[in-house]
Design a protein around this ligand. Structure first.
Ligand SMILES: [Fe+2]
Ligand SMILES: [Fe+2]
Length: 206
């Protein structure tokens, strides 16, 4: 379905128009940055390039709905909202985005999952989902003034080229630290993802 390059270019153009209308300029630019970074990582790690570009461009399509509208969307479309998501409704943009992309653009299940998992991670992430999660964190538009963040960004970019799982673990850890500093609830999926990577790949023990 997403093997025909001409069709993919058409769909990318449509998504580009839609997010240009629906998102702020800053988030639109971020989305284009994630598309490019996802393409770059897909080439390195042997992931479907067309799918990577599409999920990269569309991943934040539900991000700028208000908190009320996010909850309303979920109840109207039968999307389950867990306790952590109810308290941190920002997280809902992932499952809403996946649902919009299924209905509007016919995204396949693996593409929907990649979008669904891009904030918290998930134990069942495949390589496409990992590429999106990492690309979201390290796209070229992300800049930091302070040295600590900059160092982290540079390390994340280096790892992303070398090893997807090491990069994912690094980004999950960074986002857990951020969540703790902000005093927000940690989603269990982040912990489960972290444990899975460490135990499955023995990353911290190798
Ligand atoms: Fe997002
Ligand atoms: Fe994003």
């Amino acid at each position: 379905m997403f093997e025909n390059n001409e069709e993919v270019e058409k769909l990318l153009k449509k998504i580009d128009e839609d997010i240009k209308n629906e998102l702020s300029e800053k988030r639109y630019n971020h989305s284009v940055g994630v598309m490019k970074k996802a393409e770059e990582l897909a080439k390195i790690h042997d992931v479907d390039i067309n799918k990577a570009r599409l999920v990269g461009l569309a991943h934040d399509i539900g991000k700028e709905l208000s908190s009320d509208d996010k909850l309303k969307y979920c109840s109207e479309h039968g999307l389950f909202v867990d306790d952590v998501e109810r308290q941190n409704t920002g997280l809902l943009h992932t499952k809403i985005g996946a649902d919009i992309c299924k209905r509007k653009y016919g995204f396949t299940q693996d593409m929907q999952n990649a979008i669904k998992y891009h904030a918290t991670g998930n134990e069942n992430m495949d390589k496409l989902a990992k590429v999106l999660f990492i690309a979201d964190k390290i796209e070229d538009g992300r800049q930091y003034d302070d040295e600590e963040h900059l160092k982290r960004l540079q390390e994340g970019r280096k790892l992303a080229k070398e090893n997807l799982d090491k990069a994912l673990l690094y980004e999950i850890d960074a986002s857990l630290v951020y969540t703790i500093k902000k005093g927000k609830l940690i989603h269990m999926d982040s912990i489960l993802t972290r444990n899975k990577i460490i135990s499955h790949f023995s990353l911290y023990f190798s």
